[in-house]
Design a protein around this ligand. Structure first.
Ligand code: GLN
Length: 548
């Protein structure tokens, strides 16, 4: 039976939608602006969720290079998604699912599969209405059960790939009731040589939006400083919005301060007003103020962490960096991250490593930089420097120990050296016969059993932990007895999979096969990261005692 167009529209639901587009150029931080608005609405008592639209043809971000696009964020359900979803989870404090990342790959795949199944029998399958209907259905389903859904369209207005989405949003707004949909457009307001804030790029991008039938309700100007009153007036005049619908988003030293800046400008109040939510919002004095307290907490001192990776793009390690910041908030210290390039361990990067108080070796794929990672781990192990290894960092810690403590020459991960005589890290058994590489790793939340009387047990203060995974290789069961004969213990396991490793004679040497950074939140720091900071502070305490 041919199906009726399914756009998910239900007039009874009465939800509110904030659509966020970007103009002039990408990388303006519209995700952070959107997430900050969401945080404030949630402080005011609303249940807020978000959808990120990525107009690329990849079905998900799992096959994309993090050194070009930033990290692949992993959700509880195993979805491999754009890093903006990580920001939404951290700012909104919610767990999302793969359905909250809409991609062209997903949408077209679904529509084409339906076509093959005969669902559109007799019809010509087209971008309008079939693709646009599917986009609208996905947004409505992701919003189901919440009060406000923020939908961010990746890329910039005018991109060819983004067109079907903007058309879908236009139809969407047309179908919803007046006052249920708000369009926010984030653009760049650059300075001219003589220090003037220039509005032309904003005018052009709004013109582009209007040519496809979209009139923004709110404009946010990214500029190093707040927009001056006459800049706002000019934007309002040329873009046909009231002056109080124009907001600034100036540079801040920490992204967690953006909600405070946005609140100061009154963006949240304006949005609530326009969406007829103001009367339902909690009175200002009763709003949730935890965010403000967390991000403005006093700090007593600071610690330096060496993050050892392949540095083509710092965004490749975004969640690790954020998790370190969260642990800093928890322990009220500033965490300075020193980027140590594992490709260049001979030069100044080696001294950056030596000057750090702790070492983190994050996840990764492929052989480049592994030599430097192994050297960094050896340095941390031999010098009692607090160490945390994540996924590939955990695997390289096992390799380092096998080579330099057990004397297993040439020991390696089979991923990196297929010919290794000692594959201490080997392919997961279920991976042997796989043909497809997209979405086929061991992914998402799995529970680890933690042995009692271990560092891991202390750190988690629990007998289990449920953390997110993304790997194809694991500790080879044939080497477990040898590895554990000395100082090393696999203190976390899931069946016969080794999930956590630690070293008894070391003050803090912890490796996890999973990625604890993906569950870390500003108000719920991840235990292995807090443990690392604690070990550093303890060590400093001891050293101070010795000196005195
Ligand atoms: N490349 C390793 C694996 O597939 C580690 C993965 C990671 O660090 N996310 O197992």
């Amino acid at each position: 039976m041919p199906t009726e167009p399914d756009t998910g529209y239900d007039p009874e639901l009465g939800r509110k939608f904030i659509f966020v587009t970007g103009g002039v150029m990408s990388g303006l931080g519209k995700g952070i602006t959107a997430a900050s608005t969401g945080r404030l609405l949630s402080n005011a008592g609303f249940d807020v969720t978000a959808v990120k639209i990525d107009p690329y043809l990849n079905v998900d971000a799992g096959t994309m290079n993090p050194y070009q696009h930033g990290e692949v964020y992993v959700l509880k359900d195993g979805g491999e998604v754009d890093l903006d979803l990580g920001n939404y989870e951290r700012f909104l404090g919610t767990d999302m699912t793969s359905d909250h990342n809409v991609t062209t790959g997903k949408t077209y795949k679904h529509v084409i599969e339906k076509e093959r199944a005969g669902d559109y029998l007799g019809k010509t399958v087209q971008i309008i209405p079939h693709i646009t209907d599917d986009i609208k259905r996905r947004i409505r389903e992701a919003a189901d059960g919440t009060d406000v859904c923020i939908v961010e369209v990746g890329g910039t207005v005018g991109d060819i790939e983004g067109m079907p989405y903007l058309e879908a949003l236009r139809q969407f707004a047309h179908e919803e009731e007046e006052g249920d949909v708000l369009f926010t457009h984030v653009t760049l307001v650059p300075y001219s040589k003589n220090g003037e804030q220039k509005t032309k790029p904003t005018q052009h991008s709004v013109k582009e939006l209007r040519s496809i039938g979209l009139q923004p309700d709110v404009l946010v100007g990214r500029c190093p400083d707040p927009l001056e009153p006459h800049t706002k007036e000019k934007i309002a005049l040329f873009c046909d919005v009231p002056t109080d619908a124009v907001f600034s988003n100036p540079d801040v030293e920490d992204i967690y301060h953006v909600p405070l800046v946005v609140e100061e400008e009154g963006l949240d109040e304006y949005v609530m007003e326009r969406l007829n939510l103001a009367s339902e919002a909690l009175p200002t004095a009763e709003r949730d103020s935890r965010w403000r307290e967390l991000v403005t907490r006093d700090r007593h001192g600071s610690v330096d962490i060496a993050l050892v990776g392949k540095y083509d793009l710092e965004d490749a390690y975004m969640s690790v960096h954020e998790a370190l910041k969260h642990a800093g908030i928890e322990r009220q210290v500033d965490v300075n991250v020193r980027w140590v390039n594992s490709d260049q361990m001979q030069d100044e990067h080696a001294s950056r490593l030596r000057d750090a108080d702790g070492v983190v070796v994050p996840g990764g794929f492929g052989s480049r930089g592994t030599k430097g990672k192994i050297e960094a781990i050896r340095y941390a192990r031999e010098n009692d420097v607090p160490f945390l290894g994540l996924c590939l960092g955990f695997q390289m810690a096992v390799v380092e120990y096998a080579r330099h403590v057990l004397g297993l020459e040439g020991a390696h991960s089979a991923e990196i050296d297929e010919e290794t005589p000692h594959p201490v890290i080997d392919l997961l058994p279920e991976q042997y016969d796989l043909d497809d590489l997209g979405g086929t790793m061991r992914l998402g939340a799995h529970t680890t059993e933690i042995l009692s009387d271990t560092l891991a047990h202390d750190v988690y203060d629990a007998g289990t932990c449920t953390e997110r995974h993304r790997h194809r290789y694991e500790v080879n069961p044939e080497y477990i007895d040898d590895l554990e004969a000395g100082d090393l213990t696999f203190s976390g396991r899931a069946g016969n999979r080794m999930e956590i490793v630690e070293m008894e004679s070391h003050p803090y040497f912890l490796g996890t096969q999973f990625h604890p950074e993906f569950r870390s939140r500003p108000d719920r720091a991840s235990p292995p990261f807090v443990g690392l900071i604690d070990a550093i502070l303890e060590r400093a305490e001891v050293e101070r005692g010795v000196e005195a």
